[in-house]
Design a protein around this ligand. Sequence first.
Ligand code: AP5
Length: 235
Amino acid sequence: MTLDERLSAIFTAKLDRAVIFLGPPGSGKGTQAKELAKTYGIPHLSTGDMLREHVSLGTPLGRLAKPLMEHGELVPDSVVLRMVAERIERPDCFHGFVFDGFPRTVTQAKYLGELLKQHGLKQPFVIFMVIGTSVLMKRMTGRRICQLCGEIYNIYDRPPKIDGICDNDGGELTHRPDDREEVVGPRLHAYEKQTAPLVTYYRRLGFLHDIDARKSVEEVKQDILQSVASIRGER
Ligand code: AP5
């Protein structure tokens, strides 16, 4: 039996909890969160994607978020918390979900703790993507995303077969406005100031699991699958 087959046998159990991806911008949270959600058959909830959808639809929330995102700043807690609380009410979240980019402040984490209790879910499993800042600039400025399916590429390390075109569905690949070099600095600053304190917060609670995010996409994926599989049966 291959490692993938052994792991998929383990995954027949329900997760019944939130898995949280914590790490700096560009550390690979989205790439890995999608994979993990697919493996367990649970939703991938990216607050960044939700906000970008509001921006593209021009909703009042989107109009509020747009300038903040363009400058690499966080959107206010109250707005994000309302959006998340509504999303996890939906039935597809009853057996757990994967958060990517949430929580991002200690206030958000505390509120999430209460929400999880109310929904009868187990303690969250927090994956901390450990990586130095030196590689993040290349990862962000090189990132390209499929407009149709959301597949994430990198022109340096994970290029599509045809330049600018998604391998999966031929969709156009786009560059996120906040991946411009001048916005990456403020995003890293916001992470250090507002999000990095969550590392201590979750480590103290015993929920944090370090993953070496410098490895290849496939190696990181295997490390995460093994780490999450180890929690079966825990409360
Ligand atoms: P969001 O969309 O959450 O962005 P982020 O946290 O800055 O993270 P990224 O999406 O940039 O990176 P990632 O870690 O997902 O990396 P990825 O897998 O794509 O947030 C955007 C904005 O929305 C925020 O700035 C804020 O304004 C707002 N916002 C969102 N949530 C909020 C909240 N909770 N509260 C307040 N405001 C909020 O990978 C990056 C690149 O690297 C890709 O090209 C990929 O192919 C490549 N790559 C990935 N893994 C590897 C690897 N192992 N080796 C080599 N290359 C790799």
